[in-house]
Design a protein around this ligand. Structure first.
Ligand SMILES: C[S@@+](CC[C@H](N)C(=O)[O-])C[C@H]1O[C@@H](n2cnc3c(N)ncnc32)[C@H](O)[C@@H]1O
Length: 257
């Protein structure tokens, strides 16, 4: 069963159960409830529950980065990302404008700045934003990628291990935000832990993709052409058994003549 069908069935079940509870509670109180009112109440509570679950996942993950910022930076700042930079830079030229989306420590922004790119670094964690600002000696924007609204601004988006924290019911919104932020012909790098599931791990929420499930997602964005997907091992020695899915996308878009 596809993820969407499972999610729809679960939400439907929640709404149905809440509605039934309502009917019995009101009946017990000898108050006859109109069917459409009980359905609307069930729906409203069900949707509030879904929104609450969604925000809870985001809050837990963000709290993790805020509470463990120092340790996270120590563990990731010196990771060797050379081979990934090389793949991304094949499509860029000096002076191009790059959005480092979910920049964490600021490691990759520091590299891109040193290579002569114009870099905008953003993250939603207050603590990581401060630490990255110190590293880069410039302002790092505090921004939630689900809310961003850049338009035709970037030649490249670098989203290294960051969109992986967005759940399947919100990832299309984030992909659309990235598509809008890219210029025509812009390049978009993103990476996920390899697999096909959503799960909590070490107090953070993760959305895993493999080639097949990412292809299903990318089909919903005809203006984004997947150029390459490839697998890598984690560059941190302690995590070398973990596999990553890397993706490079080009914004082609459609021009109306
Ligand atoms: C696994 S870390 C990767 C950090 C960095 N890109 C790297 O490769 O070291 C995930 C990063 O994404 C950020 N992040 C997660 N969800 C975000 C969101 N909705 N908006 C902006 N940043 C987000 C986290 O704060 C964290 O810095």
């Amino acid at each position: 069963m596809s993820m969407l069908v499972k999610k729809f069935s679960l939400n439907f079940l929640i709404v149905f159960v809440i509605r039934t509870i309502f009917i019995y509670v009101f009946r017990f109180a000898e108050f006859e409830l109109d069917n459409s009112i009980s359905m609307s109440l069930g729906l409203a509570i069900g949707l509030t529950y879904v929104q609450w679950m969604r925000e809870d996942k985001t809050k837990m993950t963000k709290d993790y980065y805020n509470q463990n910022a120092k340790e996270f930076v120590e563990n990731t700042l010196n990771a060797d990302m050379t081979s990934l930079y090389n793949q991304f830079e094949k499509y860029l030229k000096k002076g191009d404008r790059i959005l480092d989306l979910g920049c964490g420590s600021g490691r990759d922004s520091l590299y891109f700045i040193s290579k002569g790119y114009e870099v905008v670094a953003v993250d939603y964690s207050e603590e990581l934003t401060k630490m990255a600002s110190d590293l880069l000696d410039r302002e790092v924007m505090m921004l939630d990628m689900r809310e961003m609204n850049f338009c035709d601004e970037f030649d490249g988006i670098w989203a290294c291990a960051s969109i992986l924290h967005i759940s399947r019911d919100e990832i299309e919104k984030v992909m659309a935000n990235c598509e809008s932020a890219l210029k025509q012909g812009g390049i978009f790098y993103l990476s996920f832990k390899y697999g096909n599931k959503e799960a909590f791990r070490n107090e953070r929420f993760f959305n895993y993709y493999n080639e097949g499930s990412f292809e299903d997602l990318s089909k919903r964005f005809p203006g984004l052409k997947v150029l390459e997907t490839w697998r890598t091992r984690d560059v941190r020695v302690a995590r070398k058994d973990e596999c990553w899915l890397n993706i490079l996308i080009k914004k082609e878009g459609f021009r109306v003549k």
